[in-house]
Design a protein around this ligand. Structure first.
Ligand SMILES: Nc1nc2c(c(=O)[nH]1)N[C@@H](CN(C=O)c1ccc(C(=O)N[C@@H](CCC(=O)O)C(=O)O)cc1)CN2
Length: 283
């Protein structure tokens, strides 16, 4: 069913729900899903509505024009999307294949409602798997002594393919500040630890040294500060003293795939609202 998704965030006050509901009802809008959250810590109110597009008398541009006065009245941060317009995704990977393979399979089996525009990698190892899916693969090696040319190429490819979202599927290079700023809120990463524990490289080695009884994965938006962006989704799996680092890596792969797929789905379905360095996720 084609729907418009209206996502809003604004300083909390009485009358927000009434005003938006009246706006939708006055245009015969059939609400198929509605979520609200009043955050008493920061005094903001978050809403997400899905409205059946076939019940509204206008297209998405006219919807935006009609809703704009309400958004201004309540000083809303807002967006409207149309499920008929699939989001364009650029995937990035290095040598680890499990997260990339998982996302490609979920897309191939129509579980993920998006268009995968291309895959970019700093290694050539995964080319055949990607091209088997009929998806363009770009090998963009990164020179540790001079990374900027590589990331200029990455930025060119992201723009050329008109990406709505970039997914780091175990892409093991730190993105430069320029890239993080240019695509703020549009780059998703899977970190292989239960953040904020074990930031950076080799988190399973860090976890083993610490003797943890849980390991996990975190899907988060990428910011200039490493593995510190707003968290979208997390999960954990139990480990014990008898598990080696290789065991942890094996257990971790399963939870990484699950968490990244869930996090990307939430983003694709406009279920994530970022406020400060936190998110509201209407899952
Ligand atoms: N600007 C950001 N870039 C990246 C983030 C982020 O949050 N902000 N997340 C990482 C993912 N990551 C862990 O999940 C990670 C990847 C790579 C490294 C790292 O130290 N890489 C070295 C190179 C290692 C190599 O060549 O094998 C480096 O970039 O110098 C740490 C954490 C993705 N990028």
């Amino acid at each position: 069913m084609r729907t418009f998704r209206l996502v809003t965030a604004c300083p909390d006050r009485v009358g927000i729900v009434a005003k938006v509901s009246h706006f939708l009802a006055s245009h015969n809008g059939w609400i198929s899903e509605s979520n609200h959250h009043s955050d008493d810590q920061n005094g903001w109110f978050f809403m997400r509505h899905e409205i059946r597009a076939d019940t509204l008398p206008f297209d998405i541009d006219a919807f935006r024009e009609a809703f704009a006065p309400i958004a201004e009245e309540f000083a809303m941060e807002w967006r409207v999307t149309d499920t008929a317009q699939k989001k364009r995704v650029v995937l990035m990977a290095s040598r680890e294949s499990h997260c990339l393979a998982d996302l490609l399979h979920r897309w191939h089996s129509n579980e993920l409602d998006c268009d995968i525009a291309c895959v970019v990698s700093n290694h050539d190892d995964l080319r055949s798997m990607v091209e088997w899916h009929g998806i363009p693969f770009y090998h963009v090696p990164v020179d540790p002594q001079d990374k900027l040319p590589a990331f200029a190429e990455v930025s060119r490819l992201v723009d050329q393919h008109q990406a709505d979202v970039v997914v780091l599927a175990r892409y093991m290079q730190i993105l430069p500040p320029q890239l993080c700023q240019a695509y703020a809120g549009k780059i998703i990463n899977i970190h292989h630890s239960f953040l904020p524990s074990f930031v950076g490289a080799k988190p399973y080695h860090q976890a083993s040294l610490r003797g943890v009884k849980l390991i996990g994965a975190t899907c988060h938006y990428v910011t200039e500060e490493l593995d510190a962006g707003p968290i979208i989704e997390q999960d954990v799996v139990r480990v014990s003293h008898s598990d080696s680092i290789d065991d942890m890596v094996r257990f971790g792969r399963d939870v990484e795939k699950m968490v990244l797929a869930r996090g990307l789905r939430y983003h694709l379905e406009d279920r994530v609202m970022v406020h400060g360095n936190k998110t509201v996720v209407f899952s």
